[in-house]
Design a protein around this ligand. Structure first.
Ligand code: PMV
Length: 327
């Protein structure tokens, strides 16, 4: 009753922001992301009657009681499906800073769901895996798949799932700018709750996101990276306009964010196709064509030498690993 899986993180080009059901994690709007091959979580799950309680280890460290309870509640969903109560040891490795807006919860819950499914021989389809990963963290529903992925908001547990809409193997890349590798102050859960309940503009968001989604899907069909970037950048700023206008306001940006945005604008003025998006954290992600990525990274680092840049191409969906490769 053991399995190891890898899942990659994803960055949303059309953001999910706000839940109509807090327990089932049903969002108000469909969202769309690209899976990133540079960032992943590996998770080993072992169920055994010899364990008295669940244990959760992340990057070699046993996690706090609060974290353990959170993970246990999630594992319970799948334990219930199997009709068993056996406790589990969960060992995870993140190759990126945790909870800093790099999508670590997406890859984490996608890898965990896939590993439990295998360890318990649940034989869930990828669509079903996506619905369960969603229960851990909304964006995790998308990390089951590679390439460009749409998450359908749905109306209940079964109808809120993600699916791949394009392999994105035609040169769409992202560059994650790591300016602030610290934990964020407000989780996306808190941020979106505040936006839903207090931003006077939230009621417009589902329509804004829907229109952007239709447009970006057309641009994806045409492989028009300039248009994809333009739509994604606008959508990210629209999402942040909701946090900024919440009461009290939440500003995920810091001085390094503003500096990074200015650098992207300057690079664009030089004639490159470079746009940015930002999740619920201070770090930006540049969207660009693969064949311009090295130039863009070089110019960015000439302007801002202390930011670390990580290039990602479209990553794969969940993968089974035969052995644990970390110490
Ligand atoms: O999946 P969560 O609950 O961590 O929320 C993710 C929210 C954003 O990253 C800001 C947007 C998205 O669609 O991924």
């Amino acid at each position: 009753m053991q399995a190891i899986y890898r899942a990659h993180s994803n960055i949303a080009l059309i953001k999910y922001w706000g839940k109509k059901d807090e327990i089932l994690h049903l969002p108000y709007n469909n969202s769309l992301s690209i899976t990133q091959d540079s960032f992943y979580t590996d998770t080993e799950v072992e169920f055994s009657d010899s364990f008295e309680e669940d244990i959760f280890i992340l990057n070699g460290e046993v996690q706090s009681e609060t974290e353990r309870i959170k993970i246990s509640k999630f594992v319970d969903l799948l334990r219930e499906l199997k009709g068993l109560e056996t406790r589990a040891r969960i060992n995870s490795f993140n190759n990126m800073p945790t909870a800093a807006g790099f999508g670590s919860s997406a890859s984490a819950y996608a890898a965990l769901t896939a590993a439990i499914n295998d360890a318990l021989e649940l034989r869930l389809s990828e669509k079903e895996l996506s619905t369960y990963a969603r229960r851990g963290s909304g964006s995790a529903s998308r990390s089951i798949y590679g390439g460009l992925v749409e998450w359908h908001a749905g109306t209940d547990h079964e109808s809120s799932f993600a699916e791949q809409i394009d392999t994105a193997d035609w040169g769409l890349s992202t560059i994650t700018v790591i300016g602030t590798p610290k934990q964020k102050k407000f989780s996306s859960r808190v941020g979106m709750q505040k936006s839903v309940h207090t931003s006077p503009f939230y009621k417009e968001w589902p329509n804004v996101a829907k229109e952007a989604l239709n447009k970006i899907k057309r641009a994806i069909k045409e492989r028009d990276i300039d248009e994809i970037g333009k739509i994604a950048e606008h959508n990210a700023l629209a999402m942040h306009s909701l946090t900024i206008t919440s009461v009290p306001p939440i500003l995920y940006f810091n001085d390094k964010t503003m500096r990074a945005i200015a650098a992207v604008h300057e690079i664009r003025d030089l004639g490159y196709t470079a746009y940015f998006t930002i999740d619920a954290g201070p770090n930006i992600v540049i969207i660009c064509p693969r064949d311009q990525a090295e130039d863009i990274m070089r110019i960015y680092n000439e302007k801002i030498s202390d930011d670390k840049l990580m290039l990602s191409n479209a990553g794969p969906g969940i993968q089974k690993l035969e052995s644990w490769v970390h110490d």
